[in-house]
Ligand binder design. Structure first.
Ligand code: IPE
Ligand code: IPE
Ligand code: MG
Length: 231
């Protein structure tokens, strides 16, 4: 049960869900096991964010660079993703989630793309937006936005044009970006949208992320003084 509620200052939390592989290795298990446990953690964290009043949650599930990993690991992650998609409608109904996917989906098979589109449409009436970034890269996203604008015949573009053509056009930029797994970098996540985000890095490996750890990140956010360039 949520022991805190956020206010309008914290509308959007984004998570870089890092540390699954190390979590598994520490237990003498294959990295794939870490991803499987990490996917359960993801559902728990999203639910809790909804409970405390967050309106938009974004999770970084698979980057455009993660294809470099061994085939076995990539296939395991894609398998977990497909399993999630198969049950996602029911879960979205149960937890009032509007599912959205961020990233280049052209790499996915037709049936997966159709399902992704359908889930986005059929859950659109729910108040908690959950963005799943899959085959997502911040640079790829900006290039994609610019190419869309070029295709429309634009010869000069504004910041608003770019924002409106990113995969995140439907939601506000993240107020808080949380990265688990002890690394302190963005790894190509939300490059454009992170311009004024607050950052929170923790050593917790993603499968160990829990309600208390989310509370700690939220508490840290409320200690920050956001100025957006003002005084
Ligand atoms: C994050 O965990 C999940 C994905 C990138 C898919 P990692 O798999 O990167 O775990 P570590 O960082 O190797 O421990
Ligand atoms: C970032 O984690 C991508 C996701 C969490 C999906 P990585 O583990 O791929 O990042 P690097 O390679 O350590 O920068
Ligand atoms: Mg990692």
């Amino acid at each position: 049960m949520a022991n805190m509620q956020v206010d309008e200052r914290l509308q959007h939390i984004a998570f870089i869900m890092d540390g699954n592989g190390r979590w598994a290795k520490k237990r003498g298990m294959p990295r794939e096991y870490g991803h499987s446990v990490g996917s359960k953690t993801f559902e728990r964290v999203v639910r809790y964010c909804g409970d405390i009043g967050i309106r938009t949650v974004t999770v970084y599930a698979f980057s455009t660079e993660n294809w470099k990993r061994p085939e076995k690991e990539v296939q395991a992650i894609m398998g977990i993703f497909r399993e999630y998609l198969a049950t996602a409608l029911k879960k979205a109904e149960d937890y009032c989630i509007h599912l959205m996917f961020l990233g280049d989906r052209s790499v996915f098979p037709e049936n997966v793309r159709v399902l992704m589109d359908r889930l986005e449409r059929e859950t659109a009436h729910h108040p908690l937006t959950l963005n799943i970034a899959i085959n997502y890269g911040g640079r790829d996203e900006i290039v994609h936005a610019v190419n869309t604008l070029i295709a429309q015949g634009k010869t000069e573009i504004t910041e608003e044009d770019i924002s409106a053509n990113l995969y995140t056009a439907h939601c506000p930029p993240p107020d808080l970006i949380v990265r688990t797994g002890a690394e302190q970098r963005l790894s190509n996540f939300l490059l454009w949208q992170a311009a004024y985000a607050e950052f929170y890095f923790c050593d917790t490996l993603w499968p160990d992320m829990d309600e208390e750890a989310v509370d700690a990140a939220v508490a840290a956010f409320y200690e920050r003084k956001r100025r957006f360039g003002g005084v």
